[in-house]
Write a protein that binds this ligand. Structure first.
Ligand code: FRU
Length: 526
């Protein structure tokens, strides 16, 4: 297995040692301007099990991370401090605080205590900015005597002046909604049940009020909008495992309305937050600076997270993402909204060690176009590829008309990540199976070939469809954002030690079908 610090992702959070799964308790501290990330953590093992703790990390930019070890412990060593969330109790509704704690640091965690007999909801609060916690003496705060009742995500609902908790009655396929005035006494309000892909069980639900940006201009961000004119819709996020259409774990969402008691979905469609294999249990941050919705997920899959060839830690988080709802392109007339994701990277703390920019590149079958980015490669790459497709130039239907965008290893070019677009199926494809590692070649659940149906991002003046992908590669993770983020695909991939990706190869199986309008590649370093 690959056990080198040199293989540690540079801008994705990883624990120093031990097992990590779901992000928990995400919040922003306005007093210190720090982003706090907690997570399911088993420091003494490389596989999930009991006891499990909340680990803790902070970041000032969501790009560099500081580790703080264990923050919340289970009641005993055969229990688990399972997933949950954190809210800022500014007005001290809970009574846990006095004036010695600044309003912006009145931190209350609500999480699931998992024991052999049941799963119930516990409260803990911090008097030191989130580094240590005191356990509420009268825990549990919510107990229905169930063994599958977990993952409370709490938000403040301004309209009804109440706290709202969503949590899963996992194998009954119910998201339950409870409300409270004080974070201690919780009243049942409604069930949101049997929506989307059910899989084996529901996990980690969450409600967020997501800004709706009516403009389809990709440069429109929440910050550039006048915040008073921003509309919102409610979005229910939900994870299921196993049972993803592509195998194992997946994160879905539903758009709708919420009146403080009941969530009503606009339709019964199932949509995925991310279409890759490694994006699970996403949670959004409480108390973000300008109410933007920022989420972060576990970049792994329960199907194989414990077996990936990495030590002494398993596994990583995704990058944080800014989430908005926008009319679905390429049909801006449609009132259908789609969740847009934009990765958050603070480029000011990164160095660009090499950079390539090309416009208008007509691909032919004669030769591949190579860009060698090997000099100071540390495995952190960012690229944008925009291409148009002239399907009328396809002369033979015998072989698929495909453009491939290979990211090759710097030590061994025969190990590579294969990306590309195939015209007949209209699919972007990814193959993470071209590796020497036994895990990649022989683990039956680590499926290596993925396809993702792509609609055009725009139609050019000649009526030809144009597509776009923005990618971030960080050692063993690739996050792809299609068409300004209207769909995404996050996947881990594993190659021989220190064989970081550093060479880009563009090729085509047909002449004059693919025209690269814009290609930008940057080699980055911390
Ligand atoms: C989701 C999950 C949660 C649970 C936690 C335990 O990945 O199964 O439902 O709280 O992990 O670590």
């Amino acid at each position: 297995s690959v056990g080198h610090e040199t293989n540690r992702p540079l801008i994705h959070y990883t624990p120093r040692v031990g097992w990590m799964n779901d992000p928990n308790g995400l919040f922003f501290d306005e007093e210190t301007s720090l982003w706090h990330v907690y997570y399911q953590y088993k420091p003494d093992a490389l596989v999930a099990g009991l006891p499990i703790f909340w680990g803790h990390a902070t970041s000032k930019d969501l790009t560099s991370w500081v580790d703080h070890g264990v923050a919340i412990e289970p009641a005993d060593d055969v229990s688990g401090a399972f997933s949950g969330s954190i809210v800022i109790d500014r007005n001290n509704t809970s009574g846990f605080f006095d004036n010695s704690t600044l309003p912006g640091q009145r931190i209350v965690a609500l999480y699931t205590e998992d024991s052999s007999s049941k799963q119930s909801q516990f409260a803990a609060y911090s008097l030191d900015g989130g580094y240590t916690f005191n356990y509420y003496a009268q825990n549990p705060v919510l107990d229905i005597n169930s063994t599958q009742f977990r993952d409370p995500k709490v938000i403040w609902h301004d309209e009804t002046q109440r706290w709202v908790m969503t949590l899963a009655l996992s194998q009954e396929y119910k998201i339950q909604i409870y409300t409270s005035k004080n974070l201690k006494t919780w009243n049942f309000q409604s069930n949101f049940s049997h929506y989307g892909f059910l899989g084996y069980q529901y996990e980690c639900p969450g409600l967020s009020k997501v800004p709706v940006l009516q403009s389809v201009d990709p440069n429109t961000t929440l910050a550039s909008n006048n915040s008073s004119s921003v509309d919102f819709k409610w979005v229910m996020f939900l994870s299921i495992n196993p049972g993803a259409p592509t195998g194992g774990s997946v994160n879905q969402y539903f758009i709708g309305d919420f009146d403080g008691k009941t969530f009503t979905a606009d339709d019964s469609a199932s949509r995925f937050v991310d279409n890759g294999k490694d994006f699970y249990a996403m949670q959004t941050f409480s108390d973000t600076p300008t109410n933007e919705v920022v989420g972060l997920a576990w970049a792994s899959n329960w199907d194989y997270g414990a077996y990936v060839p990495i030590t002494p830690w398993k596994t990583s988080m995704t990058l944080a993402r800014n989430l908005t709802l926008r009319p679905y392109k390429p049909n801006p007339e449609s009132s259908q909204l789609t969740l847009y994701s934009e990765p958050i990277i603070d480029h000011s703390i990164l160095n660009t060690t090499q950079s390539i920019k090309k416009a208008s590149l007509n691909l032919t079958t004669e030769e591949s176009v190579f860009y060698h980015l090997t000099k100071t490669a540390k495995g952190l790459l960012e690229f944008t590829l925009e291409w148009k497709v002239n399907a009328t130039a396809i002369t033979s239907k015998k072989s698929p008309a495909a453009m491939t965008f290979n990211l090759r290893g710097i030590e061994d070019e025969e190990e590579f990540l294969k990306l590309g677009y195939e015209v007949n199926s209209g699919a972007f494809f990814l193959d993470r199976g071209i590796s020497d590692l036994d895990f990649v070649r022989f683990n039956p659940l680590f499926t290596t070939r993925l396809v993702h149906f792509l609609e055009p991002y725009r139609i050019d003046q000649d009526g030809l469809p144009v597509y776009k992908v923005h990618g971030i590669v960080d050692k063993d993770i690739v996050e792809l954002f299609f068409n300004d983020g209207s769909s995404t695909s996050t996947n881990t991939f594993y190659m021989s030690e220190e064989n970081f990706l550093g060479t880009v190869e563009l090729s085509s199986s047909v002449d004059d079908v693919f025209n690269v309008l814009n290609l930008e590649i940057k080699q980055l370093n911390t």
